[in-house]
Design a protein around this ligand. Sequence first.
Ligand code: HEC
Ligand code: HEC
Length: 483
Amino acid sequence: MRLCNWNRHKILAIAETMPFKLNQLFIYVVVWGISLVSGGVPLCAQDSGTGPVAAFTPSAARGYQLLTTKPYLPPDFDQQVFDELWKSWPKDLRNQARDATPAVRRQLAFTRYGLIESPDHPGEGPAWGYTPDGQGGWVMNCLSCHGGQVNGKATFGLPNSNFGLETLVEDVRATKIRLGKKLTHMDMAQLGMPLGSTNGTTNSVIFGVALEAKRDADMRVLKKFAIPVMQHHDLDAPPFWNVKKKSRLYYDGLVKKHHRPLIQFVLLPRNDEKILAGWENDFRDILAWIESLEAPKYPWTIDTALADTGRTVFNQHCSKCHGTYGERESYPEKIVSLDILGTDPVRLQALKPDYRERFQHSWLSNYNTADPVWLPNGYLAPPLHGIWASAPYLHNGSVPTLWHLMHADARPKVWKRTPTGYDQQRLGLEISTSDTVPEGLLSGDRRQYFDTSKASKSAAGHRFPEALSEDEKRAVLEYLKSL
Ligand code: HEC
Ligand code: HEC
């Protein structure tokens, strides 16, 4: 018998009905009794999928509700700080904000930081990626990176390819200092590590590496810990609607699909192992919501005859890695080695074998010690549902359109997107290009440029479409609109 969540919730519920002193005694006796029977008091250790926990039925609707209403972290800032951010902006933008109405000023801020209005309460309260804490605080949630817009329309499960996290944190810190407010975890973290040097991408994997180093395998917070090796690099988040097709998570298939890896995002030390274990059902619901999502449909016209030709070409050249679509769906879930793939290696190399081993032996991977894929040699070929919508492409977000993905030699060295423009010819972000990033930009402006010459940002590789003629490429692009 284990002191699992399920048991603990029941015990606490009974205890709550008792007078204070009696309930302490009751909990003490029950815990002592359980430890006698079980020979120790393990938390709900390996989630075997059997026993009381299996009786829990995850709910997608509850998952979305939890994501958008329950704060799992302390607030990043409050409404007053948000309303004052414009005073830290570069001069021209600041002047524009000074003369604007509060609604227009909010829009300017949303554009600067790539924030998206929540479809649940547009125009008021926190952005979609932030949960209100009930006291005016904005608490970062999964949708800050995983809730995006395409052609200006908020879309469930689409990565937020506009998010300017680092610029937001810089401005928040400056504003808090000006207002004499306390700095919090993100304000401090950014002093020690980059959060995302190009808008739309974040150093998320290294946030996880840094936070996990402070815990043992059972998620107990350590008093003493070694600073881990941190190879900083930015990633474009993958779209959520493909998760239901996958049996493994993350770009290199790091871990078998389970709700526990999702908890990585809330590993601040204040959330100790007991709190995390108490949230397992929440994250089962959140995973259920993720798996309930469908890719958005291409909203403009598709030339169906050309797309049909494209399907044949795709099935000859691409489906062995990316699967087939339509009536007979298949997905091979292949990890393609980097020698064949040739895309940027840093994401793969940044997770060192000792980190991977620790992860695999921890609560976060559900103690999946027998996992044969713990040391992958490349990246997973993703399903391509809704691929028209999820630009930019490749794991590091280095390729702005599908046309560029199909024409490796024409990929831009440096590109900058418009805030919400969609390129219907090349399928992806509307961009301008250059050979280098202009000199002398302020950091917030510099992060609007994707510079493929920087470490971890290469747009090389995935040259498989070269086997196709120009007509075949055009047909495949038309077909990709229909997935
Ligand atoms: C700061 C940005 C950010 C936040 C916040 C964030 N994620 Fe992610 N997420 C990412 C990135 C980047 C990846 C890709 C990581 C990789 O594969 O190496 C990712 C990957 C994932 C994946 C794997 C998807 C796949 O197809 O393999 C899941 C599932 C996921 N995140 C769920 C969540 C949940 C749930 C939360 C909130 C509790 C969350 N994420 C918060 C950036 C973020
Ligand atoms: C040998 C396996 C393989 C073949 C063949 C292949 N791909 Fe890929 N593809 C991959 C892998 C692996 C990735 C992920 C690379 C990365 O993110 O670094 C990928 C990425 C992509 C992406 C970007 C996905 C995203 O979400 O960013 C698109 C689009 C794509 N491939 C289309 C195609 C098309 C079209 C063809 C056929 C002309 C094709 N691929 C052939 C393995 C393959």
